[in-house]
Design a protein around this ligand. Sequence first.
Ligand code: MG
Length: 381
Amino acid sequence: MNKTVSILGSTGSIGTQALEVCEKHGLKITALAANSSVKLLAEQARKFSPEYVCIFNAEKYADLCAELAGTNVKILSGMEGLCDIAALPQTDIVLNSVVGMVGLLPTLTAIDAGKDIALANKETLVAGGELVMSAAAAKGVKIYPVDSEHSAIFQCLQGNKRSQLSKVILTASGGPFFGKSYDDLRSVTKEQALNHPNWDMGSKITIDSATLMNKGLEFIEAKWLFDLTPEQIEIVVHRQSVVHSAVEYNDYSVIAQLGVPDMKIPIQYALLYPDRVSCPTGRLSLTDYGSLTFAKPDLETFKCLSSAIEAIKRGGAYPCLVNSANEEAVGAFLHDEIKFIEIGEIVSSVLEKFPSSDINSYEDVMKADKAARDYVRSLIS
Ligand code: MG
Protein backbone atom coordinates (compact mmCIF):
# COMPACT_ATOMS: atom_id res chain seq x y z
CA MET A 1 0.00 0.00 0.00
CA ASN A 2 1.95 3.02 -1.16
CA LYS A 3 -0.92 5.51 -1.43
CA THR A 4 -0.43 8.92 0.15
CA VAL A 5 -3.29 10.44 2.14
CA SER A 6 -4.24 13.88 3.45
CA ILE A 7 -6.84 13.97 6.21
CA LEU A 8 -9.02 17.01 6.73
CA GLY A 9 -10.61 16.63 10.15
CA SER A 10 -7.98 14.29 11.58
CA THR A 11 -8.87 14.75 15.26
CA GLY A 12 -12.56 13.83 14.88
CA SER A 13 -14.13 10.39 15.11
CA ILE A 14 -13.61 9.53 11.41
CA GLY A 15 -10.16 11.12 11.31
CA THR A 16 -8.77 9.20 14.28
CA GLN A 17 -10.17 5.91 12.95
CA ALA A 18 -8.73 6.68 9.50
CA LEU A 19 -5.30 7.15 11.09
CA GLU A 20 -5.63 3.70 12.67
CA VAL A 21 -6.41 2.25 9.24
CA CYS A 22 -3.49 4.13 7.64
CA GLU A 23 -1.13 2.94 10.37
CA LYS A 24 -2.21 -0.68 10.00
CA HIS A 25 -1.70 -0.67 6.24
CA GLY A 26 1.33 1.61 6.08
CA LEU A 27 -0.32 4.46 4.13
CA LYS A 28 1.82 7.60 4.12
CA ILE A 29 0.20 10.71 5.62
CA THR A 30 1.13 13.89 3.74
CA ALA A 31 -1.05 16.34 5.67
CA LEU A 32 -3.36 16.58 8.66
CA ALA A 33 -5.90 19.29 9.44
CA ALA A 34 -8.11 19.89 12.47
CA ASN A 35 -10.58 22.53 13.57
CA SER A 36 -9.19 23.50 16.99
CA SER A 37 -7.82 20.45 18.86
CA VAL A 38 -4.21 21.65 19.06
CA LYS A 39 -2.88 19.03 21.48
CA LEU A 40 -4.25 16.02 19.60
CA LEU A 41 -3.25 17.41 16.20
CA ALA A 42 0.31 17.99 17.46
CA GLU A 43 0.40 14.48 18.90
CA GLN A 44 -0.75 13.05 15.56
CA ALA A 45 1.84 15.14 13.72
CA ARG A 46 4.66 13.84 15.93
CA LYS A 47 3.49 10.27 15.39
CA PHE A 48 2.75 10.32 11.63
CA SER A 49 5.26 12.98 10.47
CA PRO A 50 3.15 14.67 7.78
CA GLU A 51 4.74 17.42 5.69
CA TYR A 52 1.92 19.83 6.57
CA VAL A 53 -0.56 20.40 9.34
CA CYS A 54 -3.36 22.95 9.37
CA ILE A 55 -5.39 24.35 12.24
CA PHE A 56 -8.65 25.75 10.90
CA ASN A 57 -9.22 28.03 13.88
CA ALA A 58 -6.52 30.64 13.16
CA GLU A 59 -6.54 31.82 16.78
CA LYS A 60 -4.91 28.51 17.70
CA TYR A 61 -2.08 28.90 15.17
CA ALA A 62 0.49 30.19 17.69
CA ASP A 63 -0.37 27.38 20.13
CA LEU A 64 0.16 24.78 17.40
CA CYS A 65 3.48 26.36 16.39
CA ALA A 66 4.61 26.19 20.03
CA GLU A 67 3.54 22.54 20.33
CA LEU A 68 5.45 21.59 17.17
CA ALA A 69 8.55 23.71 17.78
CA GLY A 70 11.67 21.82 16.75
CA THR A 71 9.89 19.62 14.17
CA ASN A 72 10.04 20.03 10.37
CA VAL A 73 6.27 20.11 9.94
CA LYS A 74 5.00 23.11 7.96
CA ILE A 75 2.10 24.74 9.77
CA LEU A 76 -0.87 26.39 8.05
CA SER A 77 -4.17 27.82 9.26
CA GLY A 78 -7.67 28.88 8.26
CA MET A 79 -9.66 28.07 5.13
CA GLU A 80 -6.66 28.96 2.98
CA GLY A 81 -4.53 26.37 4.76
CA LEU A 82 -7.29 23.77 4.49
CA CYS A 83 -7.57 24.35 0.75
CA ASP A 84 -3.76 24.27 0.31
CA ILE A 85 -3.73 20.88 2.01
CA ALA A 86 -6.60 19.65 -0.16
CA ALA A 87 -4.58 20.36 -3.31
CA LEU A 88 -1.06 19.06 -2.44
CA PRO A 89 0.57 17.49 -5.53
CA GLN A 90 2.20 14.73 -3.44
CA THR A 91 -1.20 13.45 -2.14
CA ASP A 92 -3.08 10.65 -3.92
CA ILE A 93 -6.32 10.81 -1.97
CA VAL A 94 -7.90 13.44 0.28
CA LEU A 95 -10.09 12.22 3.13
CA ASN A 96 -12.54 15.00 3.89
CA SER A 97 -14.05 14.39 7.32
CA VAL A 98 -14.57 17.95 8.51
CA VAL A 99 -17.92 18.78 10.13
CA GLY A 100 -20.47 20.89 8.28
CA MET A 101 -20.62 22.73 5.00
CA VAL A 102 -17.27 24.36 5.70
CA GLY A 103 -16.01 21.20 3.93
CA LEU A 104 -17.41 22.29 0.57
CA LEU A 105 -14.62 24.63 -0.57
CA PRO A 106 -11.80 22.18 0.30
CA THR A 107 -13.69 19.47 -1.62
CA LEU A 108 -14.03 21.73 -4.69
CA THR A 109 -10.35 22.69 -4.37
CA ALA A 110 -9.25 19.04 -4.20
CA ILE A 111 -11.35 18.21 -7.26
CA ASP A 112 -9.88 21.15 -9.16
CA ALA A 113 -6.40 19.80 -8.33
CA GLY A 114 -7.41 16.37 -9.68
CA LYS A 115 -7.31 14.63 -6.29
CA ASP A 116 -9.47 11.59 -5.60
CA ILE A 117 -11.63 12.11 -2.54
CA ALA A 118 -12.75 9.86 0.28
CA LEU A 119 -15.82 11.79 1.34
CA ALA A 120 -17.07 11.68 4.91
CA ASN A 121 -18.32 15.29 4.88
CA LYS A 122 -21.90 14.73 3.71
CA GLU A 123 -22.77 18.43 3.97
CA THR A 124 -20.45 18.97 0.98
CA LEU A 125 -22.91 17.15 -1.26
CA VAL A 126 -26.03 18.40 0.48
CA ALA A 127 -25.08 22.06 0.04
CA GLY A 128 -23.28 21.84 -3.29
CA GLY A 129 -24.15 18.45 -4.83
CA GLU A 130 -24.58 19.64 -8.37
CA LEU A 131 -21.39 21.75 -8.31
CA VAL A 132 -19.32 18.96 -6.78
CA MET A 133 -20.53 16.15 -9.02
CA SER A 134 -20.20 18.13 -12.24
CA ALA A 135 -16.71 19.35 -11.27
CA ALA A 136 -15.66 15.78 -10.40
CA ALA A 137 -16.99 14.47 -13.73
CA ALA A 138 -15.19 17.24 -15.65
CA LYS A 139 -11.88 16.46 -13.90
CA GLY A 140 -12.25 12.67 -13.91
CA VAL A 141 -11.95 12.68 -10.12
CA LYS A 142 -13.35 9.75 -8.14
CA ILE A 143 -15.40 10.31 -5.01
CA TYR A 144 -15.33 7.32 -2.68
CA PRO A 145 -18.08 7.43 -0.06
CA VAL A 146 -17.03 6.97 3.57
CA ASP A 147 -20.53 7.24 5.06
CA SER A 148 -21.38 3.62 5.96
CA GLU A 149 -24.67 3.58 4.03
CA HIS A 150 -23.16 5.06 0.88
CA SER A 151 -20.16 2.79 1.11
CA ALA A 152 -22.63 -0.10 1.31
CA ILE A 153 -24.45 1.10 -1.82
CA PHE A 154 -21.12 1.63 -3.60
CA GLN A 155 -20.06 -1.90 -2.65
CA CYS A 156 -23.37 -3.35 -3.88
CA LEU A 157 -22.86 -1.64 -7.25
CA GLN A 158 -19.55 -3.41 -7.92
CA GLY A 159 -19.72 -5.83 -10.84
CA ASN A 160 -23.24 -4.79 -11.86
CA LYS A 161 -24.57 -2.40 -14.49
CA ARG A 162 -25.49 0.95 -13.01
CA SER A 163 -28.11 1.34 -15.77
CA GLN A 164 -29.94 -1.73 -14.41
CA LEU A 165 -30.28 -0.38 -10.87
CA SER A 166 -33.93 0.25 -9.97
CA LYS A 167 -33.64 1.71 -6.46
CA VAL A 168 -31.59 1.88 -3.29
CA ILE A 169 -32.67 0.98 0.24
CA LEU A 170 -31.03 3.37 2.69
CA THR A 171 -31.06 1.91 6.18
CA ALA A 172 -31.46 4.05 9.30
CA SER A 173 -30.84 3.04 12.91
CA GLY A 174 -33.78 5.20 13.94
CA GLY A 175 -31.65 6.92 16.57
CA PRO A 176 -32.30 7.00 20.34
CA PHE A 177 -35.91 8.22 19.94
CA PHE A 178 -37.29 5.57 17.60
CA GLY A 179 -40.92 4.80 18.44
CA LYS A 180 -41.43 8.07 20.36
CA SER A 181 -44.36 10.36 19.60
CA TYR A 182 -44.00 14.02 18.70
CA ASP A 183 -45.17 14.90 22.20
CA ASP A 184 -42.53 12.62 23.75
CA LEU A 185 -39.83 14.64 21.98
CA ARG A 186 -40.80 17.81 23.89
CA SER A 187 -38.98 16.65 27.02
CA VAL A 188 -35.80 15.31 25.38
CA THR A 189 -32.61 16.49 27.13
CA LYS A 190 -29.19 17.14 25.61
CA GLU A 191 -27.73 14.12 27.40
CA GLN A 192 -30.43 11.82 25.95
CA ALA A 193 -29.92 13.23 22.45
CA LEU A 194 -26.15 12.76 22.66
CA ASN A 195 -26.50 9.07 23.56
CA HIS A 196 -26.68 7.05 20.31
CA PRO A 197 -27.48 3.31 20.62
CA ASN A 198 -25.10 1.92 17.92
CA TRP A 199 -22.53 4.43 16.75
CA ASP A 200 -19.94 6.45 18.64
CA MET A 201 -19.66 9.77 16.75
CA GLY A 202 -19.06 13.51 17.08
CA SER A 203 -21.76 15.68 18.70
CA LYS A 204 -23.12 17.30 15.49
CA ILE A 205 -23.80 13.97 13.75
CA THR A 206 -25.11 12.40 16.97
CA ILE A 207 -27.76 15.12 17.27
CA ASP A 208 -28.50 14.74 13.54
CA SER A 209 -29.01 11.02 14.17
CA ALA A 210 -31.43 11.75 17.00
CA THR A 211 -33.53 14.15 14.87
CA LEU A 212 -33.11 11.85 11.80
CA MET A 213 -31.69 14.87 9.94
CA ASN A 214 -28.66 12.66 9.39
CA LYS A 215 -30.80 10.30 7.30
CA GLY A 216 -32.25 13.26 5.43
CA LEU A 217 -28.74 14.49 4.62
CA GLU A 218 -27.79 10.96 3.57
CA PHE A 219 -30.87 10.79 1.32
CA ILE A 220 -29.61 13.90 -0.48
CA GLU A 221 -26.04 12.59 -0.48
CA ALA A 222 -27.20 9.33 -2.11
CA LYS A 223 -29.12 11.23 -4.76
CA TRP A 224 -25.95 13.03 -5.85
CA LEU A 225 -23.40 10.26 -5.40
CA PHE A 226 -25.38 7.68 -7.37
CA ASP A 227 -27.35 9.94 -9.72
CA LEU A 228 -30.77 8.86 -8.40
CA THR A 229 -34.18 10.49 -8.34
CA PRO A 230 -35.71 10.97 -4.87
CA GLU A 231 -38.32 8.36 -5.83
CA GLN A 232 -35.56 5.77 -6.22
CA ILE A 233 -34.50 6.03 -2.57
CA GLU A 234 -36.38 4.15 0.15
CA ILE A 235 -35.50 4.71 3.81
CA VAL A 236 -35.93 1.67 6.05
CA VAL A 237 -35.40 1.74 9.81
CA HIS A 238 -33.13 -1.12 10.82
CA ARG A 239 -32.36 -0.91 14.53
CA GLN A 240 -29.33 -3.20 14.61
CA SER A 241 -27.21 -1.26 12.06
CA VAL A 242 -25.94 -4.52 10.54
CA VAL A 243 -27.37 -4.14 7.03
CA HIS A 244 -25.65 -0.89 6.03
CA SER A 245 -27.85 -0.41 2.94
CA ALA A 246 -28.97 -2.34 -0.13
CA VAL A 247 -29.69 -1.90 -3.82
CA GLU A 248 -32.43 -3.36 -5.97
CA TYR A 249 -31.89 -4.19 -9.64
CA ASN A 250 -34.39 -4.47 -12.48
CA ASP A 251 -34.83 -8.22 -11.84
CA TYR A 252 -35.86 -7.35 -8.21
CA SER A 253 -32.73 -8.97 -6.90
CA VAL A 254 -31.71 -7.05 -3.77
CA ILE A 255 -28.04 -6.96 -2.80
CA ALA A 256 -27.05 -5.69 0.63
CA GLN A 257 -23.76 -5.07 2.42
CA LEU A 258 -23.53 -6.22 6.04
CA GLY A 259 -20.96 -5.84 8.79
CA VAL A 260 -20.53 -4.81 12.40
CA PRO A 261 -21.34 -1.13 12.99
CA ASP A 262 -17.74 0.11 12.80
CA MET A 263 -16.67 3.00 10.57
CA LYS A 264 -13.23 1.52 9.99
CA ILE A 265 -14.69 -0.84 7.37
CA PRO A 266 -16.08 1.91 5.08
CA ILE A 267 -13.07 4.17 5.79
CA GLN A 268 -10.70 1.40 4.74
CA TYR A 269 -12.71 0.52 1.63
CA ALA A 270 -12.65 4.17 0.52
CA LEU A 271 -8.91 4.53 1.11
CA LEU A 272 -7.83 1.15 -0.29
CA TYR A 273 -10.46 0.59 -3.02
CA PRO A 274 -10.69 -1.90 -4.65
CA ASP A 275 -8.60 -3.92 -2.18
CA ARG A 276 -10.18 -5.86 0.65
CA VAL A 277 -7.72 -6.66 3.38
CA SER A 278 -7.94 -7.37 7.10
CA CYS A 279 -9.57 -4.49 8.99
CA PRO A 280 -8.89 -3.46 12.61
CA THR A 281 -12.47 -4.25 13.62
CA GLY A 282 -14.65 -7.13 14.79
CA ARG A 283 -16.18 -9.86 12.63
CA LEU A 284 -19.93 -10.00 12.09
CA SER A 285 -21.64 -12.97 13.72
CA LEU A 286 -25.22 -13.17 12.43
CA THR A 287 -26.12 -15.80 14.99
CA ASP A 288 -25.05 -13.46 17.81
CA TYR A 289 -27.65 -11.00 16.49
CA GLY A 290 -30.24 -13.76 15.96
CA SER A 291 -32.77 -11.51 14.24
CA LEU A 292 -32.72 -8.33 12.21
CA THR A 293 -35.72 -6.01 12.08
CA PHE A 294 -37.00 -3.51 9.52
CA ALA A 295 -39.63 -0.77 9.84
CA LYS A 296 -40.92 2.32 8.06
CA PRO A 297 -39.59 5.71 9.24
CA ASP A 298 -41.96 8.06 11.08
CA LEU A 299 -41.96 11.11 8.80
CA GLU A 300 -44.59 12.94 10.87
CA THR A 301 -42.63 12.90 14.12
CA PHE A 302 -39.19 13.46 12.64
CA LYS A 303 -39.71 16.71 10.79
CA CYS A 304 -36.02 17.12 9.91
CA LEU A 305 -36.16 13.96 7.81
CA SER A 306 -39.33 14.88 5.93
CA SER A 307 -38.00 18.44 5.39
CA ALA A 308 -34.73 17.20 3.90
CA ILE A 309 -36.59 14.88 1.51
CA GLU A 310 -38.94 17.69 0.51
CA ALA A 311 -35.93 20.00 0.01
CA ILE A 312 -34.22 17.71 -2.49
CA LYS A 313 -37.52 17.10 -4.31
CA ARG A 314 -37.86 20.87 -4.74
CA GLY A 315 -34.15 21.23 -5.61
CA GLY A 316 -32.34 24.56 -6.17
CA ALA A 317 -31.15 26.17 -2.94
CA TYR A 318 -33.55 24.26 -0.65
CA PRO A 319 -31.15 21.44 0.33
CA CYS A 320 -28.50 24.03 1.21
CA LEU A 321 -31.03 26.12 3.15
CA VAL A 322 -32.30 23.23 5.28
CA ASN A 323 -28.74 22.05 5.91
CA SER A 324 -27.50 25.46 7.06
CA ALA A 325 -30.62 26.03 9.17
CA ASN A 326 -29.98 22.65 10.76
CA GLU A 327 -26.30 23.39 11.46
CA GLU A 328 -27.28 26.64 13.14
CA ALA A 329 -30.16 25.04 15.08
CA VAL A 330 -28.03 22.11 16.28
CA GLY A 331 -25.36 24.58 17.44
CA ALA A 332 -28.04 26.49 19.35
CA PHE A 333 -29.35 23.27 20.91
CA LEU A 334 -25.86 22.23 22.00
CA HIS A 335 -25.48 25.69 23.60
CA ASP A 336 -28.81 25.26 25.45
CA GLU A 337 -30.46 28.09 23.48
CA ILE A 338 -33.33 25.99 22.09
CA LYS A 339 -35.14 22.74 22.89
CA PHE A 340 -34.60 19.51 20.97
CA ILE A 341 -38.03 19.66 19.34
CA GLU A 342 -37.36 23.15 18.02
CA ILE A 343 -34.60 21.89 15.72
CA GLY A 344 -37.23 20.17 13.53
CA GLU A 345 -39.61 23.12 13.75
CA ILE A 346 -36.88 25.51 12.61
CA VAL A 347 -35.65 23.29 9.78
CA SER A 348 -39.16 22.66 8.42
CA SER A 349 -40.07 26.36 8.59
CA VAL A 350 -37.28 27.11 6.09
CA LEU A 351 -39.35 25.42 3.38
CA GLU A 352 -42.19 27.91 3.98
CA LYS A 353 -40.03 30.96 4.59
CA PHE A 354 -37.77 30.93 1.53
CA PRO A 355 -38.87 31.26 -2.12
CA SER A 356 -37.18 28.93 -4.60
CA SER A 357 -33.80 30.01 -5.97
CA ASP A 358 -31.03 28.39 -7.99
CA ILE A 359 -27.49 27.33 -7.13
CA ASN A 360 -25.10 27.97 -10.01
CA SER A 361 -21.89 28.75 -8.16
CA TYR A 362 -20.06 28.46 -4.85
CA GLU A 363 -21.11 32.09 -4.18
CA ASP A 364 -24.78 31.07 -4.53
CA VAL A 365 -24.22 28.36 -1.91
CA MET A 366 -22.62 30.86 0.48
CA LYS A 367 -25.48 33.32 -0.06
CA ALA A 368 -28.11 30.68 0.74
CA ASP A 369 -26.06 29.53 3.73
CA LYS A 370 -25.90 33.04 5.19
CA ALA A 371 -29.59 33.70 4.56
CA ALA A 372 -30.60 30.49 6.36
CA ARG A 373 -28.29 31.15 9.32
CA ASP A 374 -29.45 34.78 9.67
CA TYR A 375 -33.04 33.55 9.62
CA VAL A 376 -32.41 30.97 12.35
CA ARG A 377 -30.53 33.49 14.52
CA SER A 378 -33.44 35.93 14.16
CA LEU A 379 -35.79 33.24 15.47
CA ILE A 380 -33.62 32.47 18.47
CA SER A 381 -32.52 35.89 19.72
MG1 MG B 1 -24.23 7.19 7.83
